[in-house]
Design a protein around this ligand. Structure first.
Ligand SMILES: C[S@@+](CC[C@H](N)C(=O)[O-])C[C@H]1O[C@@H](n2cnc3c(N)ncnc32)[C@H](O)[C@@H]1O
Length: 389
C-alpha cells in the first residue's frame, strides 16, 4: 500500500531548525561562531580599546586592526543579527528576495557577520522548497497539476504568513513608521538637498549611466534549474574578515540547514568608496543592496560618499532594492553648510529611488528571555527600503 505523504506543517519545519526559540537559536549560532574570541585572555581590554575608538569616531582604528575583529563580532553581531532577522520577517518585499529565484544580496560593510546570520535565519522562514512540498500535497486533492512548473518555483513566490511569525514585534519610538504608498518623491521642500550637489559632483556617475544603461533584473538573470532557489549573499568590506566569516558560514549551514543549493556566500574585499569595476558589476547584478550601520561611517568623507551613492544608484538594475539601517541618533547627522540633516534625507531625495518603507526612529529590543555571554544591546535605528525606478 502507498504511504500517504505527511501534510506539510510549516511550524514544525521551523521548529526542526530553530527549536522553540528562534532568537536563542540565532544567538547560539553567533556564540558558536565566535567561540575562539570568547577564549581570548585579552577580550575585555580589546573591547575597551574598540569602544574608545568608537567614541572618537576613529573607525579605521577599530577595523584596521585584525586583533579587534573577532572581539567586535562577538560583541556587536548578536543583537544586530536579531534585529536584521526581525526586520526581514516584517517586510514581505525583503522576504520575497529570500525565496530565491535565484537572487543576490550585496551587503556593504558586512564583514562582522551580522547580516549573514540575520538574513540566513530569515531564509529559514522563506524556504521555497518547503512551500513547494505544501503545494504538492494540496494539489493531490485537486485534479492534475503540472508539478514541474511548481518545482521551478514560479508559482510559489507569495510570502506565506504561517511560515513567518516574528517572535516579537518591536516598534515603540515616537515617530510612527510609514508604508509609502507612492514614490515618496515630489516633496516641494527639497530640504536644501540641492546644496549637497549630488548632480554637480556626480557628473561622472551620470556619464556612466548614459554609457551603460542599468540592466533590468530579468535581463541580468537567467533562472537555471540547478540553483533556482539559491540566494547569494555577498559580504563586502574593506578589511578581510574571512577568519570570522569562514567558521560562521560553516556553523550557519549546519545550524540553519542551508545547503549550497540554497545559500551561496561570497566576499568582496575593498574600500567601497573606491567603487571597483568588480563591485560595480556586483551592484548591477544585485536584487538587494544593504547598508547596515555603515553609511554614517562612510559619510565622514562627505563628497566621496555622495558620489558613491549616486554611482551605486545609477548602476542598480531597475526594480532592485536598497536597504539602509543606521543609528537614529546624532551619529547619523550630516552637516551641510549651516544646517544639519540625517543621512537618509540625502537618499530620500534621489530621483531614481522610490521609498518603499521608511521609519525615522525605531527600537530593536532584545528579548529578556534569551542568554548570551555578553550583555545584549537594544538598538535605536532608522530604516529605509528603496526601490530603483
Ligand atoms: C559599524 S560596522 C557595521 C558592521 C555590520 N554592517 C553590522 O551591521 O554589524 C562597519 C563595517 O563597515 C566596514 N567599513 C567601514 N568603512 C568601509 C569602507 N570604506 N568600505 C568598506 N567597508 C567599510 C567595517 O570594516 C565594518 O565591518
Amino acid at each position: 500500500m502507498d504511504k500517504k505523504p505527511d501534510a506539510y506543517d510549516p511550524k514544525k519545519a521551523l521548529r526542526m531548525v530553530f527549536g522553540n526559540n528562534p532568537d536563542q537559536h540565532i544567538l547560539n549560532v553567533v556564540r558558536e561562531s565566535c567561540r575562539e574570541a570568547f577564549s581570548l585572555p585579552s577580550f575585555n581590554t580589546t573591547l575597551q580599546t574598540i569602544k574608545s575608538h568608537f567614541y572618537d569616531r576613529n573607525y579605521d582604528a577599530v577595523f584596521q586592526n585584525p586583533e579587534h575583529l573577532p572581539v567586535y563580532s562577538a560583541r556587536y553581531a548578536p543583537s544586530r543579527a536579531l534585529c536584521y532577522y526581525h526586520l526581514f520577517l516584517e517586510h514581505p518585499v525583503l522576504m520575497k528576495i529570500l525565496e530565491g529565484g535565484p537572487s543576490t544580496i550585496l551587503c556593504i560593510g558586512s564583514g562582522a557577520g551580522s547580516e549573514l546570520v540575520g538574513i540566513t535565519a530569515a531564509m529559514v522562514h522563506a524556504n521555497p522548497a518547503l512551500k513547494i512540498k505544501k503545494k504538492k500535497v494540496i494539489s493531490k486533492t485537486k485534479d492534475k497539476v503540472d508539478l514541474q512548473e511548481e518545482e521551478d518555483g514560479q508559482q510559489v513566490v507569495e510570502h506565506g504568513s504561517e511560515a513567518c511569525t516574528p517572535t516579537e514585534s518591536v516598534n515603540e519610538e515616537a515617530q510612527p513608521p510609514q508604508e509609502a504608498t507612492s514614490s515618496g518623491k515630489g516633496h516641494d521642500n527639497t530640504l536644501g538637498m540641492e546644496k549637497l550637489s549630488v548632480t554637480e559632483d556626480t557628473a561622472d556617475a551620470a556619464t556612466t549611466t548614459e554609457e551603460l544603461p542599468p540592466p533590468t533584473k530579468s535581463a541580468v538573470k537567467k533562472k537555471g534549474r540547478s540553483n533556482r532557489h539559491q540566494v547569494t549573499i555577498v559580504m563586502q568590506d574593506y578589511v578581510d574578515w574571512s577568519p570570522i566569516l569562514t567558521p560562521m558560514e560553516e556553523v550557519i549551514r549546519r545550524q540553519m540547514a542551508l545547503g549550497s543549493e540554497r545559500l551561496k556566500c561570497e566576499t568582496e574585499v575593498g574600500n567601497v568608496l573606491d567603487l571597483s569595476q568588480s563591485l560595480l558589476e556586483r551592484i548591477a547584478r544585485a536584487d538587494l543592496i544593504t547598508f547596515m550601520f555603515v553609511l554614517n561611517e562612510l559619510f565622514q568623507d562627505k563628497k566621496r560618499t555622495m558620489l558613491l551613492v549616486a554611482k551605486i544608484v545609477a548602476a542598480m538594475p531597475s526594480g532592485a532594492h536598497m536597504l539602509v539601517v543606521d543609528s537614529a541618533g546624532s551619529f547619523s547627522n550630516l552637516q551641510v553648510g549651516e544646517r544639519v540633516y540625517m543621512v537618509y534625507m540625502l537618499l530620500d531625495h534621489l530621483r531614481d529611488l522610490e521609498i518603499v518603507y521608511q521609519d525615522d526612529s525605531t527600537w530593536y529590543r532584545c528579548p529578556p528571555t534569551v542568554t548570551y555571554p555578553l550583555k545584549l544591546e537594544n538598538m535605536r535605528h532608522f530604516i529605509r527600503i528603496y526601490k530603483k525606478l
